[in-house]
Ligand binder design. Structure first.
Ligand code: NAP
Ligand code: GDD
Length: 344
């Protein structure tokens, strides 16, 4: 029998990759998206699956809306990928972030419980929950110390998922995912900001990429690999919590260097603090400058995940490393700019 999945947050990066995976697996894929003035379909179009996904309006702020969509779709699997997902913005919008990321997940869980639904549930938890905990690598057992409204709202949603599993026997799993990126990554996240900024420079722009903390370290993987892990969690007989990560952390500075190599530049760092600059070693051309407005009120310095449980239980392994990821994103941004120039 054809399985039916509901992806909440289908217009986002992960929503698009997960939709493609499930379409390829023969699922009937329903995607939920809130109404905005923009196109929720852009990423589905980019992956060539817009006609294969049935779209529904669903806002996690509105429980009656959630109930109706669940009733209409009657899914076998529900993936909650919806969130205000930009950590930086959560300092400016802590209440909205908590309403969507914390209460929104609870509204979804509660609606499933009330309906007596047997659907399996996936919650998009995050390595941001670990914050600045001085334990590395981080596993499913590592305590949380969130450093942002985004992080503490996600701890709430994670705890709710665990509790609904324990209290009501729901098949509710939580994926504690470390940073994962792709050519479809939002433009405000640091990896994409770097690859688009460098691509513009390669096409003749003279505007260096203005960045914040170059020394933050993240465990970066490819979103296409991570959605496979989400799906595998819901195929287990028992629900659980799983870390998905590569097990390698890289600084923002090194990510710049990896991406710059795709454009034929070798980055040399000059100066320090807010006067630091990244220049092309051969020509001295400025590629990166520092803008303190991108420093955060509380930073997460170093995230590094241990995906051993996911490897052992789910048989999950990430296939793309950080160099391959930087190259993939840089090439995609260059192609996009070249195509836009031809079309103009
Ligand atoms: P994303 O590109 O920002 O997508 C977020 C999605 O949530 C978008 O579809 C967005 O819709 C939707 N959304 C926001 N507010 C909503 C609301 N009130 N009601 C319904 N939908 C709403 O994020 P992503 O990178 O794909 O990440 C997917 C999930 O994984 C998020 O929950 C994120 O917090 C979590 N996560 C991501 C990473 C990562 O590195 N990417 C790591 C760990 C966890 P619009 O298009 O209308 O904005
Ligand atoms: N966005 C951004 N812009 N970040 C910068 C910049 C800049 O100009 N300069 C330095 N950084 C640093 C940030 O301070 C942070 O330490 C790091 O780069 C990564 O920032 P983001 O790419 O914005 O991602 P994030 O780690 O804060 O959050 C992402 O990963 C989480 C998982 O750990 C998001 O996808 C979250 O939704 C996700 O949960």
């Amino acid at each position: 029998m054809t399985r039916r999945a509901l992806i909440v947050g289908v217009s986002g990066q992960d929503g698009a990759y997960l939709a493609r995976l499930l379409v390829d697996k023969g699922y009937e894929v329903h995607g939920a998206t809130r109404r905005t003035s923009g196109s929720p379909e852009a990423r589905l179009e980019a992956l060539g699956i817009v006609d294969a996904v049935r779209l529904h309006y669903l806002d996690l702020l509105e429980i009656t809306n959630i109930r109706r969509v669940l009733e209409r779709v009657a899914p076998d699997e529900v993936y909650n990928l919806a969130a205000q997902s930009f950590v930086s913005a959560s300092f400016e919008q802590p209440l909205v972030t908590s309403d969507v990321n914390a209460m929104g997940a609870l509204r979804l869980l509660e609606s499933l419980r009330e309906a007596g639904a047997r659907a399996r549930f996936y919650q998009a938890s995050t390595s941001e929950m670990f914050g600045n905990i001085p334990i590395r690598p981080q596993t499913e057992e590592t305590p949380f110390h969130p450093r942002s409204p985004y992080g503490f709202a996600k701890v709430f949603a994670h705890s709710a998922t665990v509790n609904y599993r324990e209290a009501y026997g729901m098949h509710a799993s939580s994926g504690i995912l470390f940073n994962h990126e792709s050519p479809l990554r939002g433009a405000e996240f640091v990896t994409r900001k770097i690859t688009t900024g460098l691509a513009r420079l390669a096409r003749g722009s003279e505007e260096p990429v203005a960045l914040g903390n170059l020394d933050a370290r993240r465990d970066w993987g490819f979103a296409g690999d991570y959605v496979e892990g989400m799906w595998r969690m819901l195929q287990q007989d028992a629900p659980g919590d799983y870390v998905l990560a590569t097990g390698i952390s890289t600084s923002v500075r090194s990510f710049v260097e990896h991406a710059a190599r795709s454009f034929g530049w070798s980055v040399e760092w000059r100066g320090s603090g807010r006067d630091e600059q990244g220049v092309d070693a051969r020509t001295g051309r400025r590629l990166v400058t520092i803008d303190p407005t991108f420093w955060r009120p509380a930073e997460v310095d170093h995230l590094l995940g241990n995906p051993a449980k996911a490897k052992a239980v789910l048989g999950w392994t990430p296939l793309v490393d950080v160099r391959g990821l930087a190259e993939m994103m840089a090439e995609a941004d260059l192609r996009r700019l070249a195509n836009a120039a031809v079309a103009a």
